[in-house]
Design a protein around this ligand. Sequence first.
Ligand SMILES: Nc1ncnc2c1ncn2[C@@H]1O[C@H](COP(=O)(O)OP(=O)(O)OP(=O)(O)O)[C@@H](O)[C@H]1O
Ligand SMILES: [Mg+2]
Length: 261
Amino acid sequence: MKMGKIVAVHSYKGGTGKTLFSVNLAATFAKHGKKVCLFDLDFRAPSLFAILKTENAPCWLNDYLNGNCGINKVLVDLSSQLQGNGNFFAALANPSTEAIRDMSAKDRKWEMRALGRLLSLRNTLLSDQKFDYLVFDTSPGLQYSSINAIVAADFVVVATTGDRSDVNGTRRMLRELYNLFEKKTGLVINKVLDPTSKSKKDEMDTRVKDLYQVPMLGLVPCFCEILRAEGNLIFVQDKPNHPFTKILDEMAKKIDANEVN
Ligand SMILES: Nc1ncnc2c1ncn2[C@@H]1O[C@H](COP(=O)(O)OP(=O)(O)OP(=O)(O)O)[C@@H](O)[C@H]1O
Ligand SMILES: [Mg+2]
């Protein structure tokens, strides 16, 4: 049987759409009948708690990484909120001010142990409990917790925009960091302004490959409806026929088929 995969969603700069993509990619996998868990690894500014409007579980993901709690006490089952017969779980970061400050003060030794706990999810969730996908939403940039998420992942979705500082930073990050880990990576260019024709898309594809030296996973236009949804981000669920939903479908299929290379 096919072993499940860990997919991390990362970016150099903030606000590139990581949370939007994590939530909707996880929801898309679940819609396709997969067993999925979405992880909030953005301890700097936890947001899944608010987006998913959930009751909290007995433990936070923070407690699991601290070694105070088993992973099953962290998972919240949200399957009933989703259409289709997939299974959708979430592992939430503690949004309290105290927890955010505590997580930002961890030392390297703690981060090393936390990496061990992330890696052991392979045994507990992928192997034993037969999850198909663990999707990690991360903090932007090169902080330790994000590097841990990248190291633990089988595939990394890197979200970027056309912003000049983002382009340069993303290039440097891919070259100097991702190459080091030899991670399978797909780039998503988000908030593209002009609507794209097929020829424009092909041209972007080539340009992206030249510029970043990694394959392109998707090109996502800027959609006012996404802003209008005001953080109600399970968009693929609410708007099944929207172009954004179709783009996410394609991305999920590519990742599933291991087609990105
Ligand atoms: N393609 C898009 N079209 C319109 N709005 C978008 C698009 N992608 C993202 N946004 C909006 O941009 C904002 C930032 O998105 P999001 O929170 O997903 O980014 P992020 O990378 O997780 O940010 P952070 O680094 O702060 O965690 C949100 O208000 C979101 O709705
Ligand atoms: Mg985010």
